[in-house]
Design a binder for this molecule. Structure first.
Ligand SMILES: Cc1cc2nc3c(=O)[nH]c(=O)nc-3n(C[C@H](O)[C@H](O)[C@H](O)COP(=O)(O)OP(=O)(O)OC[C@H]3O[C@@H](n4cnc5c(N)ncnc54)[C@H](O)[C@@H]3O)c2cc1C
Length: 452
């Protein structure tokens, strides 16, 4: 009997379990999918129940299997949901889809297969030469031949201001994906959001839908909103022009040239970015570390704005809110966040050479998932590091691992027992956080684990 334990039952862990169950053949196999949230199978992104939280990828490209990108759209149609393949569907539907795939996987009747959904938190892992033991919060121990870390998104780091006393306020929300946030906010509350990316868009859209009247201000150093999707364009591959370029600025020079060309030849710059998707991981892997570091520090925010786009319907609502004066997007650098005597947040920031301040009674952190594993607030992660099972990659964007997901331990040895996929591989692959990449990783990892 081969026992595979997957820690994390979000999209990555679920798709891995689904692939393992579907491909299990004659070997006896037991799969444990461990998840500490109440709604296993959905994870952070697809655990939302809010209709205004939309997928940022069109339905026709969100299929769970690499060879069937239309599978999710076909599922929607079969369920009677009236969406086209270009539509940006509420994420809650994707959560239902994943949940159904998981139920099918647990229901597969093969004499040699058992899939256990384990409602618990992994807190520790000890690894021996050919096996491992996963310790759960309940005290249960799961002996395993392979362990997969599908840990996904973590709470964002606090804003980088010197005095963090404000974090003790119960009106500070470090986790923008928590439903508790919306239970607390009153319609007239002035709200300050740190970050102007897709998580901020989620928060603003839902507040708008609820008829929020208070002013919402959101800040980032560049004050840039995600670009807006425009579908229906294509662009021919040009990756061969990037061969041999080992400076990120040279790579981006070629990309910008094609973006201009696309715009002047009836295509669209977005199609250029999208045409790079199949080769982004290779480009990243070929770059020397200092170039990657330069990109991370100075250029990634521009890349993210262009690459992680929002649906047009979301952009329309944000524009309406901005025109009505209910949403203010600020460009500036946070300096201080303090609590005044009335318990309000007083936020000081530098903008256009001058010092400004804003007051709000709710503060939401939309900085984005913490990627530095040495700072992640999780007993499990702390224990993994303390035991040398994992270490950060060189850019502190995730876990050090081989590109196919074998975790490299503190002594630099790739493991044949501990694996990872998804967001934790961002430092190794850069493009590793969304379903189009995760479904490939889940399939390959499942095949590798079953063939081993
Ligand atoms: C708000 C948001 C919206 C997104 N929208 C899209 C989109 O539209 N399209 C797209 O392709 N991608 C989207 N993404 C990217 C997204 O991260 C991936 O698509 C996918 O959801 C990642 O799944 P995951 O399982 O890797 O991570 P997660 O969803 O974060 O799941 C990880 C799970 O591991 C569990 N876990 C962690 N530690 C432990 C432990 N010690 N014990 C037990 N369980 C543990 C957590 O509770 C969590 O449920 C979005 C991401 C976010 C944050």
């Amino acid at each position: 009997m081969k026992r595979i334990t997957i820690i994390g039952g979000g999209a990555s862990g679920t798709l891995l379990a689904v692939n393992l169950a579907a491909n299990a053949l004659e070997k006896e196999i037991e799969i444990n999918l461990v998840e500490n949230r109440s709604r296993i199978g959905r994870g952070v992104a697809f655990g939302t129940t809010i209709d205004s939280h939309l997928l940022n990828v069109p339905a026709g490209r969100m299929g769970a299997f690499p060879e069937k990108p239309a599978h999710f759209h076909e599922w929607l149609i079969a369920k009677g949901y009236p969406y086209g393949d270009h539509d940006f569907v509420p994420r809650v539907r994707y959560g239902e889809y994943l949940r159904e795939l998981l139920s099918e996987a647990t229901g597969i009747s093969k004499p040699n297969l058992r899939v256990n959904l384990v409602d618990d938190e992994a807190i520790d892992l000890s690894v021996n030469d050919d096996s491992a033991e996963v310790m759960l919060r309940s005290g249960e121990v799961l002996p395993s031949h392979a362990v997969v870390l599908a840990l996904g998104n973590h709470k964002p780091p606090h804003p980088s201001v010197r005095d963090l006393a404000f974090t003790s306020s119960e009106r500070y929300f470090q986790d923008p994906w928590s439903s508790q946030l919306y239970e607390t906010i009153q319609p007239d509350d002035p709200i300050f959001i740190v970050g102007t990316g897709l998580s901020m868009v989620d928060v603003a859209l839902h507040l708008h839908r609820r008829g929020h009247r208070g002013k919402i201000s959101a800040i980032s150093t560049r004050g840039l909103l995600p670009a807006v999707h425009k579908l229906g364009y294509s662009y021919p591959p040009f990756a061969t022009e990037l061969n041999g370029l080992d400076r990120i600025t040279d790579v981006l020079k070629v990309v910008r040239k094609h973006m201009k060309l696309a715009d002047s030849t009836g295509s669209n710059w977005r199609a250029v970015i999208d045409s790079l998707r199949p080769v982004t991981q290779d480009i990243w892997r070929d770059l020397p570390i200092p170039e990657k570091r330069y990109f991370k520090q100075h250029l990634s925010r521009y890349w993210n704005v262009a690459r992680h786009r929002m649906p047009p319907e979301a952009a329309e609502i944000l524009k309406e809110m901005q025109s009505a004066g209910t949403l203010d997007i600020l460009k500036g650098r946070l300096k201080t966040i303090e609590l005044n005597d009335g318990g309000e947040f007083v936020i000081g920031f530098r903008s256009n050479g001058s010092t400004n301040s804003a007051t709000a009674n709710v503060l939401v952190n939309c900085i984005g998932s913490e990627s530095d594993f040495s700072k992640i607030d999780s007993l499990f992660v702390k224990n993994l590091i303390a035991r040398d099972v994992i270490r950060c990659d060189e850019l502190s964007l995730g876990i050090n691992a081989t590109p196919d997901g074998r975790v490299i331990n503190g002594s630099g040895t790739p493991s044949s027992i501990v694996f990872t996929l998804g967001t934790a591989l961002k430092g190794i692959l850069w493009e590793s956080t969304a379903i189009p990449e995760i479904r490939v990783q889940a399939q390959n990892l499942a095949r590798g684990l079953l063939n081993d």
